[in-house]
Design a protein around this ligand. Structure first.
Ligand SMILES: Nc1ncnc2c1ncn2[C@@H]1O[C@H](COP(=O)(O)OP(=O)(O)O)[C@@H](O)[C@H]1O
Ligand SMILES: [Mg+2]
Length: 356
């Protein structure tokens, strides 16, 4: 299979409703999807993920901008001529057809000879692990199996690009995990350039070579999942990635010290100003003595990790989380001392949310 790079250039989509209200669903998007990679397009519901995917597929026409597949500009090429495979959340299989007929369907339109179409359908059914189920009807399959049929059907024409729009959302938790690993394997084996849309940060982080995080139609950050997690460009990115989420404290910079109330969280060469401090749950060290003295509200132990739910000393009724090794014996009510780890603490401009 030929692998291609996808390049989006200033891509913009504006929906105009009857009452004349405009929605800028996607705004001036510049992204390169590297050849042969799986890129996770991530963000909250309504941020423009599907709209972006449909513009890449050709189902939606951008108001502005260009779409390039490799060296060719495909912006005005109809969907059927773009060499794409599409998979949706709701499988969209034909209920009266068998698995085999469903997978072969795209080839019938292309007038591929019967024997060749059968072989091709079997090849992709085997690849997605449903080669034994060719005579079944969709209703006789689990959700995960149905989604694999949909993936085989998308691949059978050997497209240059695979586009998946929340493909796992209809599956239960266990199947979702299994199927996402399966998608990763299929993508690796075929080497097909793939865009995987999801609102689930954990899903995107686990499956993607790179993630693109969007908000309100605007790209926030792009990069390897761990890099974006470790170096968020703004508060939105920091809050969207990570489970349990990052802890937020309203603090200040004074004389190059990062202060939260009377506690020093570290140093930073910056003018005196109020700042938003973000510290990952795994970003605290338990120490014998520090000026951040807090009281433990309760303790959750899961496997080797202990999560401490701790009262925020400056905001009554509010708690934050610190994940520490399970060998620390801590019980509710204990008073402990914490120190932020420097590389797990981020400072954000209080107005713009941009990282400082
Ligand atoms: N056909 C449409 N007409 C009008 N507005 C739309 C249409 N499709 C999507 N939108 C709006 O565009 C924005 C982005 O939608 P969408 O791309 O579906 O988001 P996501 O897939 O990230 O949940 C939303 O505000 C949505 O309401
Ligand atoms: Mg969507």
């Amino acid at each position: 299979m030929e692998t291609i790079t996808i390049r989006l250039e200033g891509l913009t989509k504006i929906f105009q409703a009857k009452n004349k209200e405009e929605t800028v669903a996607v705004s001036n998007l510049d992204i390169t999807i590297p050849a042969g990679k799986l890129v996770g397009l991530l963000g909250p519901s309504g941020c423009g993920k599907s709209t972006t995917l449909y513009m890449i597929s050709g189902l939606l026409k951008p108001n502005e901008g260009r779409i390039h597949f490799g060296d060719s500009d495909v912006t005005s090429i109809p969907p059927e001529d773009r060499g794409i495979g599409l998979v949706f959340q709701n499988y969209a299989l034909y209920p009266h057809m068998t698995v085999r007929q469903n997978i072969m369907f795209p080839l019938e339109n292309l007038k591929v000879p019967k024997q060749q179409a059968l072989a091709q359908a079997q090849k992709y059914a085997d690849l997605v692990g449903i080669g034994e189920l060719m005579n079944r009807k969709p209703v006789q399959l689990s959700g995960g199996q149905q989604q694999r049929v949909a993936i085989a059907r998308a691949l059978v024409k050997e497209p240059r690009v695979l586009l998946l729009d929340e493909p796992l959302s209809n599956l239960d938790a266990r199947l979702r995990l299994q199927t996402r690993e399966e998608i990763k394997r299929i993508q690796r084996e075929t080497g097909i350039t793939t865009i995987f849309v999801t609102h689930d940060q954990e899903e995107a982080m686990s499956i993607s070579d790179e993630i693109v995080l969007m908000r309100d139609g605007v790209m926030q950050q792009k990069g390897a999942p761990q890099d974006v997690y470790d170096k968020p460009d703004n508060l939105f990115v920091a809050k969207f990635l990570g489970s349990p989420p990052i802890n937020i404290f309203e603090g200040e910079i004074k004389d190059n010290k990062v202060l939260f109330g009377d506690s020093t969280f570290g140093t930073k060469k910056l003018p005196d100003q109020p700042v938003t401090i973000g510290i990952r749950p795994e970003g605290f060290k338990l120490v014998d003595k520090a000026d951040f003295k807090v009281q433990v509200e309760y303790v959750e132990t899961i496997g080797r990790d202990t999560t401490l739910i701790i009262n925020n000393p400056l905001v009554p009724g509010e708690t934050f989380r610190a994940i520490v090794d399970a060998d620390h014996r801590i019980i509710p009510g204990d008073t402990i001392y914490l120190e932020p780890k420097e590389h797990k603490m981020f400072l954000f401009d209080k107005e713009s949310g941009v990282v400082l």
